[in-house]
Design a protein around this ligand. Structure first.
Ligand SMILES: [Zn+2]
Length: 261
């Protein structure tokens, strides 16, 4: 990154309080990747920088890159993704997308694909089933990272997959496994053929048609477990907001059950 002033549009991935009245933000930009930047005095009551520097804001920033740190000197908010802030479930999914982007973008390396994927994902969340957006986002993220799983042949020996009612799937092997290769590649999951088909569709699907994709509850549950697990295996970290989403789901489930009794 060059020293001095530079402009960039960005999405605020996260922020934390810093010193007395400042914040330290992590901002994703298309051209410069992930930027850690200080916003001075932003926690003072009348700071002009406040509105555009909150987590989950897309803003136009004017940065100043000094010797050791980058500062936000101006910002103009483009979207606060208002619809997502009014619904706890949508907000949880929004944080999930932000957290994945934060995990895969690197400082100082162009991240246009990740940036536009994130922006598109956040926009879709306002109008589309968040589960679908989550799965589509995971599939696209894996694609960007060059980690699309092998689902049509055995990931270990390239042989054909048996026509079985469930197919073994091992993150360490990079995809599905045939009968001969099972049990040799660490943790295994089992995918129903229907889940494999949905995953393949998610890899190819134009997001404009995402809303039309139907996933049965059984396949939905399976993909909700296995797709993030695959991503987490390669990121080598847990995605914390996923745990929160799962906890919320459990709560809704319990409320539904009590309602029926
Ligand atoms: Zn095999």
């Amino acid at each position: 990154m060059v020293a001095g002033l530079f402009k960039a549009e960005g999405i605020v991935l996260k922020g934390r309080d810093y010193r007395e009245a400042d914040q330290l933000l992590t901002i994703l930009t298309p051209a410069y990747g992930r930027i850690d930047a200080i916003v001075k005095g932003v926690r003072k009551p009348h700071s002009k920088l406040r509105s555009g520097t909150q987590q989950l804001c897309r803003s136009r920033f004017l940065f100043y890159a000094g010797k050791n740190l980058v500062t936000v000197t101006q910002c103009e908010v483009q979207s606060i993704f208002a619809a997502l802030r009014q619904d706890l479930t949508l907000l949880a999914y929004a944080y999930y997308l932000l957290e994945i982007a934060d995990a895969i973008a690197l400082p100082g390396q162009a991240a246009a694909e990740i940036y536009y994927l994130l922006n598109h994902g956040l926009e879709l969340l306002a109008t589309t089933d968040p589960e679908l957006v989550g799965r589509a986002y995971e599939a696209r993220t894996l694609k960007i990272l060059g980690l699309e799983p092998r689902l049509d042949f055995c990931a270990a020996c390239q042989g054909p997959l048996a026509n079985a009612s469930r197919v073994a799937f091992a993150p360490a092997a990079g995809g599905a496994l045939c009968h001969n290769c099972q049990g040799q590649h660490g943790t295994e999951y089992y995918l129903l053929p229907g889940s494999i088909k949905i995953w393949q569709r998610l890899n190819r699907l134009n997001w404009r048609h995402l809303r039309r994709l139907q996933i049965s509850p059984v396949l939905g549950r399976q993909l909700r477990e296995i797709m993030p697990a695959f991503l987490e295996y390669y990121l080598d970290r847990r995605i914390r907001s996923r745990l929160f989403i799962n906890e919320m789901k459990l709560e809704v489930y319990n409320i539904d059950r009590t309602g029926k009794d």
